[in-house]
Design a protein around this ligand. Structure first.
Ligand code: MEV
Length: 344
């Protein structure tokens, strides 16, 4: 038996722009997805238990066929430049995603014997905190460890990326890298593969006074929001993406120097660009105005369109109080935590 966990992530800067080859900085965040894997009584079956969710049992072949089907829908979507079909198929029954993940991991690792998985998470789903990446990374690690595949973290990350493609069409790969490697990560897509750089040495100190607040469930999934941005006119989208990318090195310098005025300025300017892409909601606007009025910074995270807002203010207590008075339930962010790990 093996139990593993992987953290969620938060973008300090660079979501959406990272899909267009700009760099991004992400931090693993202290909420985790847990997966326990063990050999079952019947080796021809896979049993999946999602705590407080559902329980199901499948023939091994059934899950591999499900993964074949999603692979086919994904390839057709890639050809058409439109992933509506695989997204609709996975949305039709929310349980399918974890089942298809299990099938794809088995296919990739050549596993033909069944097992039992139990999963639980503290990461709010579809909130911009990388819940699907944490699931992809922790399932890959747990199943491969159970069958003693002895994968490197890089390989776990590569497989998790193929699972993220199921969910998001053409994700950048930044989310799964942030949850697999943990800490703080500089990420940029590239022709020969992405640059994934740990910022542990450059930013060794902890980042304090960051607060997260949930602004409500997004109506669209990450894949749908990325697709919506892709369908914006290039002359509107590209300058906004470039301008986010140009701010990333200043963000890193400011983080190294603990230069909080610059960190705030960059967070607020980043948010202005994401807002201009049409990614805000009335609740996010409310939070951002209140935090800015205090002299702080706030930005939506991940695909946005709802989900979590990252806020910063030197006076954390004042920030928490202000957000509570607005009717939200903020909590202090624990940033740059450990990546995927075996817990038992
Ligand atoms: C989603 O958490 C982040 C996006 O940039 C998509 C991606 O990087 O794949 C919106």
């Amino acid at each position: 038996m093996v139990t593993v966990s992987a953290p969620g992530k938060v973008h300090l800067i660079g979501e959406h722009a990272v899909v267009y080859n700009e760099p991004a900085i992400l931090a693993a965040v202290g909420l985790r997805c847990h997966v326990k894997a063990e050999k079952g009584k019947d080796p021809s079956k896979v049993r999946i238990v999602v705590r407080d969710g559902y329980e199901s049992e499948h023939r091994v072949e059934e899950l591999r066929e499900l993964a074949d089907k999603v692979d086919r829908l994904w390839s057709e979507g890639k050809e058409k430049g439109d992933f509506s079909e695989p997204f609709a198929f996975l949305k039709e029954d929310w349980k399918r995603a974890s089942q298809a993940f299990a099938g794809k991991i088995m296919k990739t690792l050549g596993i033909t014997e069944g097992f039992e998985l139990e999963m639980w998470t503290t990461i709010p789903l579809g909130s911009g905190l990388g819940s699907s990446s944490a699931l992809a990374v922790s399932m890959t690690q747990a199943i491969s460890d159970l069958f003693r595949k002895d994968l490197s973290k890089e390989k776990v990350n590569d497989i998790a990326f193929t699972l993220e493609q199921y969910m998001h069409g053409t994700p950048s790969g930044a989310d799964n890298a942030a949850t697999a490697f943990g800490g703080m990560t500089w990420f940029q897509k590239g022709e020969g593969g992405p640059t994934i750089r740990s910022l542990a040495k450059e930013v060794p100190h902890s980042l304090e006074n960051f607060v997260l607040v949930y602004a409500g469930k997004p109506e669209k999934s990450t894949g749908e929001l990325v697709q919506m941005v892709a369908q914006l006119p290039e002359e509107k989208r590209n300058p906004l993406m470039r301008s986010i990318g140009e701010m990333v090195p200043s963000m890193l310098e400011a983080m190294k120097e603990k230069d909080y005025p610059t960190i705030k300025d960059v967070m607020n300017k980043t948010w202005d660009n994401l807002h201009a892409l049409g990614l805000s909601t009335p609740n996010i606007d409310k939070i951002v105005s209140a935090v800015r009025a205090l002299g702080g910074a706030a930005k939506g995270c991940g695909a946005v369109g709802g989900g979590v807002v990252l806020c910063y203010h030197e006076d954390k207590e004042l920030l928490l109080k202000t957000l509570k008075e607005l009717g939200f339930d903020p909590w202090e962010a624990d940033l740059a935590v450990e990546g995927v790990r075996v817990d038992g």
